[in-house]
Design a binder for this molecule. Structure first.
Ligand code: SF4
Length: 316
């Protein structure tokens, strides 16, 4: 029998995470995304077959939490989509009863395909953190990239996310995965941007690309392009680039004023600067910090470099 609990793993985005896979034996999903790392599966389902009883999962969770003392977050995921697990509501209610004694938060990673169902929304509202995927804001793109079951459309998903965000009191994350020739274009990004700006409360928007072997023949976007994409979103959105592959070859150099200008347009993390720019740019960053032109601010649980208050509104 395969255990449902895995890890803990250290994640920059969520801290030390203990995973709970609600479908450990079999991929069960209502999407068939081009980029899926679990392999292609044209047979999509809207509920899990042979779900594991929640009391067994709870025992495994408690055993692991007793063993691993430094866990920050219990992450509910699945070999597929976790909201297809029929006893999710009961499970999260029972986990919420015990979580305070272990000092942990709960997180669920969902593809958003079921967010518009009232009973799914009710369950997701019980998590401390919810990460919802939204790769496309238009129907054509959504059907092409995420290939949902019949009956799931992107307008229902967007309405479901908006409705959820109005009620939710926890940390709401949106994740967008970009693929060349699919959704990494200005028109699609403009639609995504327009939608994200309607959400009343958003903790963070994570943007990335495929990093492990995908199910189908798709192309990732490179880091420089992700960086350019991040600038196409409104600067009020808390965007985090999640891909941090070292750029091969000669890295770009920014002078102090160029770096300050860039950071004014889009706050950067330490990883962004190390990935995109040369060592001399890193030294310019240190000079700007010493001169109190740049400071750090934690947004969405991640430390960003931002312009200090007194220069924020000056034209650079
Ligand atoms: S939602 Fe996740 S598990 Fe399902 S097909 Fe897409 S990438 Fe794979």
């Amino acid at each position: 029998m395969i255990s449902t609990v895995f890890g803990p793993i250290n994640s920059r985005r969520f801290g030390t995470s203990l995973g709970v896979d609600l479908s450990p034996n079999l991929k069960q999903c209502n999407f068939d995304c081009l980029y899926c790392e679990l392999g292609g599966e044209r047979h999509r389902v809207n509920h899990q077959v042979d779900p594991i009883v929640s009391s067994k999962i709870l025992v495994e969770i408690e055993d692991s939490l007793k063993k691993f003392k430094d866990v920050d977050v219990l992450t509910f995921t699945a070999n597929g989509e976790p909201t297809l697990y029929s006893d999710l509501d009961n499970l999260i209610i029972r986990v919420n009863r015990i979580k305070s004694q272990y000092g942990i938060k709960t997180l669920i990673l969902s593809n958003s395909g079921n967010i518009w169902f009232p009973e799914i929304k009710k369950s997701l509202l019980k998590f401390d953190k919810v990460k919802l995927s939204l790769d496309c804001a238009t129907e054509d793109c959504f059907q092409k990239m995420d290939r949902p079951m019949k009956g799931i459309d992107v307008e229902a998903i967007k309405n479901g996310i908006l409705d959820f965000s109005r009620e939710y009191r926890g940390e709401l994350y949106i994740e967008i995965l970009f693929l060349e020739n699919i959704n990494a274009n200005e028109a699609e990004i403009a639609e995504l941007n327009r939608f994200l700006l309607t959400l009343p409360k958003l903790f963070r928007v994570d943007i990335g690309t495929v990093e492990r072997p995908p199910a189908y023949d798709v192309q990732p976007v490179n880091y420089s392009k992700l960086f350019r994409i991040s600038h196409l979103f409104d600067s009020s959105l808390p965007i985090l680039i999640t891909k941090h592959q070292e750029k091969k070859g000669v890295k770009n150099h920014l002078t102090k004023s160029e770096l300050l200008h860039t950071i004014k347009l889009r706050p950067l993390t330490h990883y962004d600067i190390a990935s995109l720019f040369d060592l001399a740019t890193g030294e310019n960053l240190n000079l700007l910090i010493a001169e109190k032109m740049i400071e750090t601010k934690v947004v969405g649980g991640i430390e960003f470099y931002i312009p200090t208050h007194h220069i924020k509104d000056r034209i650079l």
